[in-house]
Design a protein around this ligand. Structure first.
Ligand code: ZN
Length: 83
């Protein structure tokens, strides 16, 4: 019975910890009002911006790779056409 209670408590505390500051909020409503604060909003925007930057970087690498592949294929084609 005690273990069950502890698990429940853990589950609840996990949900009430904000990842932006690792702080534990007493209730769902205090967490909700925290999420409206500038500090949290800024964190969310920064996180989104980071995700976007990671995606841009990944796409740039992919693009460079495809360009190189394209050049290679064009070279192969022109070699074949010469034969
Ligand atoms: Zn937060």
């Amino acid at each position: 019975m005690k273990i069950h209670w502890d698990l429940n408590l853990m589950e609840i505390s996990c949900q009430l910890i904000c990842p932006c500051n690792q702080k534990l909020y007493k209730s769902q409503s205090t967490l909700k009002s925290h999420k409206k604060t500038q500090g949290h909003q800024f964190w969310e925007q920064t996180k989104e911006q980071k995700d976007i930057n990671i995606n841009i970087n990944r796409l740039e690498i992919e693009n460079a790779h495809l360009r190189r592949l394209n050049i290679l294929l064009m070279e192969r084609i022109s070699e074949l056409e010469k034969k």
